[in-house]
Design a binder for this molecule. Structure first.
Ligand SMILES: Cc1cc2nc3c(=O)[nH]c(=O)nc-3n(C[C@H](O)[C@H](O)[C@H](O)COP(=O)(O)OP(=O)(O)OC[C@H]3O[C@@H](n4cnc5c(N)ncnc54)[C@H](O)[C@@H]3O)c2cc1C
Length: 282
């Protein structure tokens, strides 16, 4: 099947998706290991998507001009006037996705399909808890920006700096006080500003580690210190396969119901994602 035939078969199978040919408009480093790519054209900036959805891009396999793989990235924001969307991509993996993010140059063409993804904030939830590793930073930022002001929301994501991960358009007064930043520091930039934070959002520090096993332990420890409110809330865990599974187990062990927990594996330790952009489950 040609790449074009394959794209149209995916669009046919996944309702609401479109196949685009986009152009790289901008590629900038926004922290030591995170790049922001702006892709434009084909009315992508006007696409209707829900907070937390992603697009699947075709990225080349370094050293192999005949083949490409698909990788999924959260739509960080869109701009209908500029006809563009922004993606934020972590460079930690050194796989084809990270190589593409590092090397993409304005003018490059990119085949993409989207919007994809079915995990949204539950409007009926009485509280939200967003947890994850560094890959989850863009998704968490989008989700936090869309939390209803009357619903408490807790965030424990490695490397998430609330002061600058959020869009500056946000105007709510600063009342949430993040716990002191630990040794890991933040993923998004170094120069924190006083960007206003949504008052209903509470941030919990998760120190960063390059070691996936240690990162998992650090997240679980932070998770154990979060006082969960009463009532039916929802937990959303995004990141490495074993990390999200371990977080789910820990939550179940303290009485959170299975239906309250949504996990999404973004990647898997020691294994490249499959060609369709998801980690292999077995
Ligand atoms: C729905 C969805 C949304 C996503 N959104 C984003 C997003 O907004 N931003 C983002 O950066 N990523 C996001 N991801 C993850 C992204 O799709 C890729 O998994 C990631 O970019 C790695 O791809 P790769 O081709 O570089 O590496 P791969 O070829 O998949 O892996 C190469 C090697 O690197 C390792 N590896 C992979 N990821 C990491 C990591 N984070 N840290 C350390 N080692 C790693 C693998 O275990 C493997 O050994 C998302 C994934 C999904 C499923």
């Amino acid at each position: 099947m040609s790449p074009l035939e394959e794209a149209s078969s995916i669009v046919h199978r996944i309702p609401g998706t479109t196949a685009w040919t986009l152009e790289v408009i901008d590629n900038r480093q926004i922290s030591t290991s995170l790049r922001q790519l702006t892709l434009g054209g084909s009315l992508v900036g006007s696409v209707s998507y829900r907070s937390g959805q992603d697009i699947m891009v075709n990225v080349p396999i370094p050293g192999n001009t005949d083949r490409s793989v698909r990788r999924r990235y959260t739509i960080r924001r869109s701009d209908p006037i500029r006809d563009s969307i922004d993606l934020q991509i972590l460079l930690d993996s050194n796989g084809p996705g990270a190589s593409w993010a590092r090397d993409a140059t304005p003018g490059d063409t990119v085949e993409a399909i989207g919007p994809r993804g079915k995990i949204f904030l539950d409007p009926a939830a009485e509280w939200h808890l967003l947890i994850g590793d560094r890959c989850a930073v863009p998704n968490t930022a989008v989700m936090v920006e869309s939390v209803d002001p009357s619903t408490p929301c807790m965030v424990a994501v490695a490397g998430f700096d609330p002061r600058i991960a959020l869009d500056r358009e946000m105007t709510a007064p600063v009342t949430a006080t993040p716990t002191p930043t630990g040794s890991g520091g933040s993923e998004i930039g170094q120069s924190a500003t006083d960007t206003a934070l949504p008052p209903q959002v509470q941030f919990f520090d998760v120190p960063m580690s390059q070691d996936p096993e240690l990162q998992c332990k650090l997240l679980l420890r932070a998770l154990g210190e979060i006082p969960l409110p009463e009532g039916p809330g929802r937990v959303y865990a995004n990141g490495e396969l074993k990390l999200v599974a371990a977080a789910r187990d820990q939550l179940l062990s303290i009485g959170v119901e299975p239906a309250q927990i949504t996990t999404k594996a973004y990647w898997r330790r020691g294994l490249p994602n499959a060609e369709r952009g998801e980690p292999e489950k077995s």
